[in-house]
Ligand binder design. Structure first.
Ligand code: NAP
Length: 385
């Protein structure tokens, strides 16, 4: 039976998740139609994508590129907007069904709130949104009766394990690849370079999440994301290092049975499922051949070497605005590491000092989150010489 295509807005269409989302659209032209594309600074790619996918509107956040995008798209029937505020408006367009939040960092928070308030379903890649303000987002989702489907491969795995499952969760087992520095000692981490940190063994991703994977902060952010997405307690989330990244995560039920979701490490599958749910669409992604993976291994994460994961656990326990503090300090520290202004081991040190130096708000409002993010960034920046 033919159904109308889902109209999607892709926030961050020029990034790793954004471009792979467009690959999924290309493979499913009857099921998906692109309504909005947005980029921060990459005007050339945004123009190319707009010409190929013919959206209703595009946003270039960096206003200095507006003229270029506008001129290039003048022959086409595509609206062109610029600036951060435009993101908050395009997600509310009446023609949009689903907003794919594929932008990186805290900047995803407000557009996601605006999209939910306009009753749009969310395909969530931007985990920072839930890390910063998980309580606010879950409350808004309930109030506005919208649906959130996870794009993160681990959360998609859990979501798939839970699909059609009426029974109670005993625990969630989040798998982690361990990143490029798995098994290294703290002493060895003192010497690692930016180029080494950017070389993830299994996944090809944007720069920020690649560094987060190397420090294992990514897993810490995902633990917090899982708490809000699946309504479990902190004690019900366990992290297991699984270097092959074949099992994307697991759910253990109260009878002790464990369900796992597996596949090759390819983000297109979870992206597609987030958009096809509750259906599964046929795909020609490469299939997992068990004969090539005779060794699936598991080990405990090393919290004393990978301090970022330990700090994320502290933030999870503390709650309130502490995860927002961790997120902002991490964004500043990772940006400084990417510019080679600080060493790898300074990332957790800056985060810890920000956690100790910021004020604590047990039940933050949206304004508290904004102030926390602002002030933490200033504090973290002051710690970078
Ligand atoms: N990559 C993965 O495999 C993966 C897996 C799971 C979850 N995620 C999550 O998905 C999100 C995106 O990750 P990514 O790896 O795709 O990042 P990425 O490759 O760095 O792409 C980020 C996108 O966001 C845009 N952007 C950056 N800063 C912005 C701002 N201030 N305002 C508006 N747009 C902005 C970028 O535009 P420009 O291109 O113009 O800079 C780009 O389109 C992150 O939250 C990440 O944790 C990613």
């Amino acid at each position: 039976m033919d159904t109308a295509p889902k109209h999607i807005a892709i926030l961050g269409s020029t990034g790793s998740i954004g471009t792979q989302t467009l690959d999924v659209v290309k493979a499913h032209p009857k099921e998906l139609s692109v309504e909005v594309l947005t980029a921060n600074t990459n005007a050339d790619l945004l123009i190319k994508q707009a010409i190929e996918f013919n959206p209703n509107a595009v946003v270039i956040v960096d206003e200095s590129h507006y003229q270029k995008v506008k001129e290039a798209l003048t022959p086409f029937d595509i609206k062109v907007f610029a600036g951060q505020e435009s993101l908050n408006q395009v997600v509310q367009m009446s023609t949009v069904d689903i907003v794919v939040t594929a932008m990186v960092g805290y900047s995803g928070l407000l557009p996601t709130i605006k999209a939910i308030e306009a009753h749009k379903n969310i395909a969530l890649a931007n985990k920072e949104t839930l890390v910063v303000a998980g309580d606010l987002i879950t409350q808004l989702i309930q109030e506005n009766q919208v649906f959130i489907t996870p794009v993160d491969s681990e959360h998609s795995a859990i979501f798939q394990c839970l699909s059609g499952e009426p029974n109670k969760i005993e625990k969630i087992i989040l798998t982690a690849s361990g990143g490029p520095f798995r098994g290294k000692t703290t002493n060895e981490l003192k010497q690692v370079t930016l180029a080494q940190a950017l070389k993830h063994p299994n996944w090809n991703m944007g720069a920020k999440i690649t560094i987060d994977s190397a420090t294992m902060m990514n897993k810490g952010l995902e633990v917090i994301e899982a708490k809000w997405l699946f309504g479990v307690t902190n004690q019900q989330i366990e992290v297991v290092v699984h270097p092959q990244s074949i099992i994307h995560s697991m759910v253990q039920f109260t009878d002790g049975s464990i369900k796992a979701q597996m596949g090759l490490p390819d983000m297109k599958l979870p992206i597609q499922y987030a958009l096809s749910f509750p259906d599964r669409w046929k795909s020609d992604f490469p299939r997992l051949d068990f004969n090539l993976y005779s060794n699936l291994t598991f080990e405990q994460p090393n919290l004393s070497t990978f301090r970022c994961l330990a700090l994320a656990y502290v933030a999870l326990e503390k709650g309130g605005n502490m995860p927002a503090i961790v997120n902002a300090a991490n964004e500043i520290a990772v940006a400084a590491f990417l510019k080679e202004k600080i060493g790898f081991l300074e990332i957790p040190t800056i985060i810890e000092r920000a956690m100790n130096g910021m004020w604590f708000v047990p039940k933050p409002t949206y304004q508290d989150y904004v102030a926390t993010d602002n002030e933490t960034r200033k504090l973290a920046q002051s710690l970078i010489k």
